[in-house]
Design a protein around this ligand. Structure first.
Ligand code: SF4
Length: 223
């Protein structure tokens, strides 16, 4: 089955995948998310990365950590202007500061991240400003270790080309759910690997198939 073949290829190309920000490691580690060591950092960065370079996000997370603020419950105690000052290197920093602060207060009211990052809380997560389906499912999977597969443009494009099937937005999670067992490690490595290939090789207009490590199993490459 193609997804199992992809998992093997991703495992054999960990270093290439690492260069795009993903770490293939234990299923219950936070380090998948570019080596981060906490659910809090994953959640905060998931808000910040929208329309922003990842390097800027990492710098801001580092600054928050230096000030003892890389935790959602610490952020909930800040006022908005203070949080804005930390987020200044980020695009749309005022909007994102408001969203992160509101989310931090919501998490505090709910009793902590471990009470929020649960699959049954997904509908509630989606009511929060700045939390769309992709963000919700990404933080549920990587910060909450919940078995859900995020529906991303990279994954749809790469899987669509590899399988030679049009992969519509509504098709992707079901394709994964029907073709691999429910398993945190498999969902994480597939998301990370597809994202890495989408970012490094499988570009929208001119995919770099000659350099891509999926070329031997990819229908698009044999057209
Ligand atoms: S071989 Fe080409 S089309 Fe296939 S996944 Fe790689 S870059 Fe994309």
């Amino acid at each position: 089955m193609i997804l199992n073949e992809l998992v093997k290829l991703f495992e054999g190309n960990k270093e290439v995948i690492r260069h795009t920000g993903w770490v293939i490691t234990d299923p219950k580690s936070y380090e998948w998310w570019d080596g981060f060591d906490s659910a809090d950092k994953i959640v905060i960065s998931a808000f910040l990365v929208q329309l922003t370079k990842w390097e800027s996000v990492k710098r801001v997370i580092g600054t928050l950590e230096e000030h003892g603020l890389a935790k959602v419950d610490s952020i909930a105690e800040l006022d908005l202007p203070t949080l804005e000052s930390y987020f200044r290197p980020i695009n749309f920093y005022r909007t994102k500061a408001r969203r992160v602060l509101n989310f931090a207060k919501f998490v505090k009211e709910m009793g902590g991240l471990n009470k929020v990052l649960l699959l049954e809380r997904r509908p509630l997560l989606l009511t929060q400003e700045g939390v769309g389906e992709e963000t919700a499912d990404s933080i549920l999977l990587f910060a909450g270790h919940q078995p859900v597969f995020p529906n991303t443009e990279y994954s749809r494009r790469v899987l669509g080309r590899v399988t030679g099937q049009e992969m519509k937005k509504r098709d992707l999670p079901n394709f994964v759910y029907h073709n691999v067992q429910q398993d945190l490690y498999l969902y994480k490595i597939l998301h990370a690997g597809l994202g890495a290939v989408g970012k490094a090789f499988c570009l929208l207009t001119k995919p770099k198939c000659d350099r891509c490590f999926l070329k031997q199993v990819c229908e698009y490459n044999y057209r």
